[in-house]
Design a protein around this ligand. Structure first.
Ligand code: SAM
Length: 280
């Protein structure tokens, strides 16, 4: 890890700027620089990449990204109290860190970055899944990013990588695995954070696929999976009844049993069904 000269330890930064963690902003900070450098390395070689970081907070991960050689980091933080601490980091790395104060859900920041782009973040728990779904479901594919390396609650990470037949399997797994390859690359106990959350966390690394794993229309696939998993214990022929009188024929034409339940159907099966429904 390259040193960033002149920056005080993160605990001193938090004390100096009185950054008492706010639960409503999902603030659980990483203060161990070895850990933040490790997360940065899990994202791959950053030296030829721009990085989008959501929620830098006092800047522990931001420092890790810069120390690991990120070409340029754009950090979007909702809490303006963090700005002086982030400005200090920007001053120590001239030209490599841009800080934007605002809500990541409202800002379209991709246009400020130069490809290839990696998104790396210890996400606020309250908006993490919503941001992920937006990144996985952009209006056009390929998206602005090449990879996503994101911290989630472990339970959410398990839903992202789940396969059919498990309780964790559902829409999040399907949307995550259709056009990307997600992998859990690190699991962390609550004590890794300050303050410690109640649950374990995990980092998921997503590599985007150039094309979907199986062809399907995005909107049809979304509609079918929403209907199927809203009633995950029901048979497909009844959970998908609203799609038309001939839905049983469509399900059979897709190679599936009308009596099967959503949680048993692999991604390939949902994509086949989406093609059949779109054809109809
Ligand atoms: N990256 C820091 C770290 O690892 O120590 C802080 C991570 S903390 C889990 C989440 C951060 O996201 C907080 O700094 C919080 O203020 C910020 N945040 C919460 N909601 C946000 C939003 N909608 N847009 C941008 N930042 C947000």
């Amino acid at each position: 890890m390259a040193r960033i000269d002149g920056l005080p330890p993160l605990r001193a930064v938090i004390a100096e700027h009185d950054l008492v963690a706010r639960r409503q902003l999902g603030q659980n900070f990483l203060l161990d620089m070895n850990l933040t450098a490790k997360i940065a390395r899990l994202a791959g070689d950053l030296s030829a990449c721009d990085v989008l970081e959501v929620g830098p907070g006092p800047g522990g991960l931001t420092r890790g990204l810069l120390a690991e050689g990120a070409r340029h980091v754009l950090a979007v933080e909702k809490d303006a109290r963090c700005l002086p601490a982030l400005r200090q980091i920007a001053a120590a790395c001239p030209g490599r860190l841009e800080v934007v104060i605002g809500d990541a859900l409202d800002l379209d920041v991709a246009a400020r970055l130069t490809p290839p782009i990696r998104v790396i973040a210890n996400l606020p728990y309250n908006v993490g899944t919503e941001l992920l779904i937006r990144w996985l479901n952009p209006p056009r594919w390929p998206p602005f990013w090449d990879s996503l390396t994101l911290m989630f609650q472990k339970e959410v990470a398990e839903r992202i990588v789940a396969g059919p037949g498990s309780k964790a399997y559902g829409r999040l797994a399907l949307v995550s695995q259709w056009r990307a390859d997600p992998k859990i690359v690190l699991t962390l106990p609550p004590e890794a954070f300050t303050p410690a959350p109640k649950v374990h966390s995990a980092v998921v690394h997503f590599t985007r696929r150039d094309a979907p794993r199986y062809p399907a229309d995005q909107r049809v696939l979304e509609r079918i999976t929403a209907m199927a998993f809203n009633q995950r214990r029901k048979m497909l022929r009844s959970s998908l009844k609203g799609l038309g009188a001939d839905i049983e024929d469509r399900i059979r034409a897709a190679g599936l049993a009308p009596t099967a339940r959503a949680e048993e159907i692999p991604l390939e099966g949902f994509c086949a069904l989406a093609r059949e429904v779109a054809r109809a």
